[in-house]
Ligand binder design. Structure first.
Ligand code: ATP
Ligand code: MG
Length: 411
C-alpha cells in the first residue's frame, strides 16, 4: 500500500474531548473516527487490525467445532417479551417504532434469536449439541461512553452460543470455550486473569470474565497472586491480602479491562421460549444453553492501552496493520530502488506500507512511530544496496540484505 494513497492522513493533535490513550492514538493514527459519543467508523487501518484480531478468534472458534453464521440486528419486540428482557434490559436496549406503530429492538445480544432458531430446527437429542457463532454489531445504550473504543454504544462482538442435552455436556463445552478464549488472549499477548462475576441481565448464575490487567480499565478485580483465581469487585467479599480459597496464595487487586465473558445459562431460556428436544424415552426436555462473548473493537482499544509509548502505538506483530513500513529518504535514484524492494517484498507475501510521500524525513519517522507498524525499513543513499531494519520497540538499527529482510519478516 502506498502511504500517499492511504485514507485518511494522520492528525497532528488528538480531538479535544479525547480522554483515553486509545481514543487519542487511534484517531490521530487514522484507525478510527468518532461519529458521536460511542459510535465509531473503523477506517481502513483500523479495519485491517480488526480483521487480524477476528482471524485469531475465528481460528479458535472453528477449532472447537463452532459454525459461523450471521444473525439480524433488528428484532421484534415480541421475542424479547418471551424472556422478559424487553423490560428487564430496558436501560441498555434501544427500542424503536416502525410502520404501523410496530415496535422493535436493536440487538444488544442474541440469546433470544438463537433460541428461536433452535426451536424451529431441533427435534430430538440427535440434533444436539449445536455450536454457532457470529461476528456482528451490538447496540447498547451505555450511560458512559468515554473510554474511546473500549466502550461503544455500537460495537463489534463475536458471540458464540451452545445448546446441549445435559448440564454435564454444557459444562464440558464451557470449559473448552474457556480454554479457547485463553488461547486467543494469549495469542494477543494479554496479561489476563479469569474472574468470576455476576450474570447481569443474562443469568442468575456466576459467569467468567476475561480481564486484562490495565490501569485504563473500568473494572476492578481481586485475584490470587499464586494460582490466578479471580473475582470481580462486584461479587468479591474479602480484602487485599486475604487467603485464596483454592491454594496458599493471597488476593491482590488490579484495575482491568473486560475483554471477554462466558455465561453458563442453563435451561431458563429454553423453558421460557419452549425450546424442547425429545430424549431416548420420548420425553420432552428443555435444552441446556450457554453463551460466550468477545468484543473485538474493545480488544483493539485494549491493545493500544497496553502497547504504546509517548510517540504512538506499538502494535504486536500478529495484529499490526502491515508487516513492515518502508521509509524512503529522498535521493536521486532511491525511488527506483525502493520500488523494486516494495514489489519484491509484495511478491514474497509480505504486506507493506510504503511511505512514498514527498515530505521530510522527520515527518515520515513521526508518522511511522504514531502508526506503530512493528518493523521499519529505511531505504536511502546511505543504506547502499542494503536496507536499514529498525523495530518500533527497540532503539537499535541494523543493515540487512533483501534476503535477510524477507527471512526475518517471514520468520
Ligand atoms: P461492561 O461490563 O464493560 O459494560 P458487559 O459485561 O456488559 O461489559 P458483555 O455482555 O459481557 O459486556 O459482552 C461481552 C463482551 O463484549 C465484553 O466482554 C466486551 O469485550 C464486549 N463489550 C461489551 N460492552 C461493550 C461496549 N459497550 N463497547 C465495546 N465492547 C463491549
Ligand atoms: Mg460482561
Amino acid at each position: 500500500m502506498l502511504q500517499s494513497k492511504l485514507f485518511p492522513k494522520t492528525k497532528k493533535s488528538a480531538p479535544k474531548d479525547a480522554e483515553s490513550v486509545n481514543h487519542k492514538l487511534l484517531v490521530r493514527g487514522g484507525f478510527i473516527d468518532q461519529l458521536m459519543a460511542g459510535s465509531w467508523t473503523l477506517l481502513p487501518l483500523g479495519w485491517k487490525v480488526i480483521t487480524k484480531i477476528n482471524r485469531i478468534i475465528r481460528e479458535e472458534m472453528n477449532a472447537i467445532g463452532a459454525q459461523e453464521m450471521l444473525m439480524p440486528l433488528l428484532h421484534p419486540k415480541e421475542i424479547w417479551n418471551e424472556t422478559g428482557r424487553w423490560d428487564k434490559a430496558s436501560e441498555i436496549l434501544y427500542k424503536l417504532k416502525g410502520q404501523n406503530e410496530k415496535e422493535y429492538a436493536l440487538s444488544f445480544t442474541h440469546e433470544e434469536i438463537v433460541m428461536d432458531l433452535l426451536r424451529k430446527n431441533i427435534q430430538s437429542y440427535q440434533d444436539l449439541p449445536v455450536y454457532v457463532y457470529h461476528f456482528s454489531t451490538k447496540f447498547r445504550n451505555e450511560p458512559r461512553a468515554k473510554s474511546g473504543i473500549l466502550r461503544g454504544r455500537e460495537f463489534m462482538m463475536k458471540d458464540l452460543y451452545s445448546a446441549h442435552v445435559t448440564e454435564a455436556d454444557m459444562l464440558d463445552y464451557y470449559e473448552k470455550v474457556k480454554e479457547a478464549y485463553g488461547r486467543i488472549f494469549s495469542k494477543l499477548g494479554f496479561d489476563f486473569r479469569i474472574a468470576e462475576a455476576s450474570g447481569g441481565v443474562f443469568t442468575d448464575r456466576h459467569t467468567h470474565e476475561f480481564q486484562v490487567l490495565s490501569d485504563a480499565g473500568e473494572d476492578t478485580i481481586y485475584f490470587c497472586d499464586r494460582c490466578g483465581y479471580g473475582e470481580n469487585k462486584e461479587i468479591f467479599q474479602g480484602k487485599v491480602g486475604d487467603k485464596c480459597p483454592k491454594c496458599d496464595g493471597h488476593f491482590v487487586e488490579s484495575r482491568s479491562i473486560e475483554v471477554g465473558n462466558i455465561f453458563p445459562l442453563g435451561t431458563m431460556y429454553a423453558e421460557k421460549m419452549g425450546v424442547l428436544y425429545t430424549d431416548h424415552d420420548g420425553k420432552k426436555n428443555p435444552v441446556w444453553f450457554a453463551s460466550y462473548g468477545i468484543g473485538p473493537t474493545r480488544v483493539m482499544g485494549t491493545l493500544v492501552e497496553i502497547n504504546h509509548d509517548d510517540k504512538g502505538i506499538v502494535w504486536p506483530k500478529q495484529v499490526a496493520p502491515f508487516d513492515a513500513h518502508i521509509i524512503e529518504l529522498k535521493s536521486q535514484n532511491s525511488k527506483l530502488k525502493t520500488e523494486e524492494i516494495y514489489y519484491n517484498l509484495h511478491e514474497a507475501g509480505i504486506d507493506i506500507l510504503w511511505d512514498d510521500r514527498a515530505v521530510s524525513a522527520g515527518e515520515k519517522f513521526a508518522d511511522a512511530d504514531l502508526i506503530g507498524i512493528p518493523v521499519r525499513l529505511v531505504v536511502s543513499e546511505k543504506t547502499g544496496d542494503k536496507i536499514e531494519w529498525k523495530e518500533r520497540k527497540g532503539k537499535e538499527s541494523e543493515l540487512k540484505t533483501f534476503d535477510e529482510v524477507v527471512r526475518r519478516l517471514k520468520g
